[in-house]
Write a protein that binds this ligand. Structure first.
Ligand code: PLP
Length: 443
């Protein structure tokens, strides 16, 4: 309560803005993921690792636009590319050279030769699933229980907290996430637990026996919507082997990991090549972008127009200019080395602070991303996350952070994201905030 009162006292202009917004913008926010009680913080601008709110408060930004701004805010190279492009015309619905340059760079980084573009992560996963279905002629898909892949009907299934009856590991229930999703679509999406290749194989075999062989498995190589949950050794290799043996398309959803955990995303980091990847978030350097990369064999269905992959703003020149500048000038090998170093400091620092104050928990990280799990139990999938992640402390940590110049994405499923413009001073702020909370809790 003390922390909540302090935050309210320092954000009166956000409150006034929210009161005004409520009259015409539903819930006072453009997207329900921006909701926060009693009001969200309204921002005015950002530069580098910092953002400022309408009350003039400065924050080190670890939210980074839900993990999109790995370049940092207003990076000069991206500002220059977008400004130059804007003056030359920002939209034609015809290809520009930048879209070729971006495709060449993504093909090199991810080891998948063929690329197409969309405007968000949701569109990327929707189109990837359609391609898998179109090529295989099958309707059922398999996803990981608890993984978020965007807001379209195919994947708004078996995510979100809290849940009632999720079923046994070998036969998890398909559960709609919110109203308005047809049961017929929900039934086509079959969840399996993360980090359990044997359960995945048993479920696939059971589906085949029922005449419902899946078109694809869509998954994140490291789960990024339960904080951060890393794949256990051998898991991704086993998934690759199972999907190949069963003739099922393997999609790595790299909307959060791609361009953030290595130059070539999780594919490079873990050394397992799927049949398709989806990118978004960091791809656009702050503009709405999405991409699907795949084998030539899968993309032949798109090239021959048997599977429709379309969109007015796909490959938008402004977005492609930002992506080109980001890939060639900002997200360099040095940038990834910088992210790795800062993130290691943050992960080790958080774990040490909890240990020093006798608070159960540990930090997990991978390059620009990480989180604190407030438990001593290992979190390896949705079930262990629900059973062990503390329900209160992540929310309290968000408040302590906001009151100490650290902005985080709200919700206990979220992680931090560093940018290439973050410095040791930003990390110091984060660690000082966690230290303050841990000291108060230990008292
Ligand atoms: N896939 C993953 C792994 C995500 O984390 C998200 C968004 O958080 C999406 C897809 C959807 O992306 P978007 O919000 O751009 O539609």
């Amino acid at each position: 309560e003390r922390e909540e009162r302090a935050l309210q006292a320092r954000t009166p202009a956000s409150e006034a803005m929210h009161t005004r917004a409520l009259r015409t913008m539903t819930g006072g926010v453009p997207s329900s993921y921006q909701l926060r009680d009693p009001w969200p913080i309204y921002l005015t601008h950002g530069r580098g690792s910092l953002v400022w709110d309408v009350d003039g408060n400065e924050y080190s930004d670890f939210h980074n636009g839900y993990g999109s701004m790995v370049q940092g805010h207003a990076h000069p190279a991206i500002v220059r590319a977008v400004t130059e492009r804007m003056a030359l015309g920002s939209h034609f619905a015809m290809p520009t050279e930048d879209s070729v340059l971006v495709s060449e760079e993504l093909a090199r980084r991810f080891g998948l030769p063929q690329w197409r573009y969309v405007n968000s992560g949701s569109e990327a996963t929707m189109d990837a699933i359609r391609i898998a279905r179109g090529v295989t002629g099958r309707d059922t898909i398999v996803k990981i229980f608890g993984s978020y892949h965007g807001h379209h009907d195919y994947v708004m299934v078996s995510i979100g907290t809290p849940y009632g009856d999720i079923g046994p590991a070998d036969h998890m229930n398909s559960l709609a996430y919110g109203a308005g999703i047809p049961q017929a679509v929900v039934d086509l999406t079959v969840p399996v637990p993360f980090n359990d290749a044997a359960a995945m194989e048993r479920r696939i075999a059971a589906l085949e026996a029922e005449g419902r062989k899946p078109a694809c498995v869509i998954m994140e190589a490291a789960m990024m919507n339960l904080g951060v949950v890393l794949p256990e050794p051998g898991y991704l290799e086993a998934v690759r082997e199972i999907t190949r043996r069963h003739g099922i398309v393997l999609i790595f959803d790299e909307v959060k990991t791609g361009l953030c955990v290595a130059a070539g995303g999780a594919v490079e980091r873990f050394g397992v090549l799927p049949d398709m990847v989806t990118l978004a978030k960091a791809l656009g350097g702050g503009l709405p972008a999405g991409a699907i990369g795949a084998t030539a064999e899968l993309m032949a269905a798109v090239a021959e127009d048997r599977v429709k992959q379309v969109g007015t703003f796909n490959g938008n020149p402004l977005v492609m200019a930002a992506a080109r500048a980001s890939l060639t000038e900002v997200l360099t090998p040095d940038a990834y080395a910088h992210l790795d170093r800062l993130n290691d400091r943050l992960v080790d620092g958080c774990t040490a602070i909890l240990a020093r104050h006798g608070i159960a928990g540990y930090a997990v990280g991978i390059s620009s991303k990480g989180c604190v799990h407030f438990t001593d139990a290992p979190i390896r999938d949705y079930t262990s996350f629900m059973a062990h992640q503390n329900a209160v402390l992540p929310e309290l940590a968000w408040l302590y952070n906001a009151n100490r110049q650290v902005l985080m994405a709200p919700g206990r499923e979220e992680e931090w994201t560093l940018s290439v413009q973050h410095t040791d001073a930003d990390v110091d702020r984060y660690l000082a905030s966690l230290d303050a909370m841990a000291a108060d809790l230990a008292r």
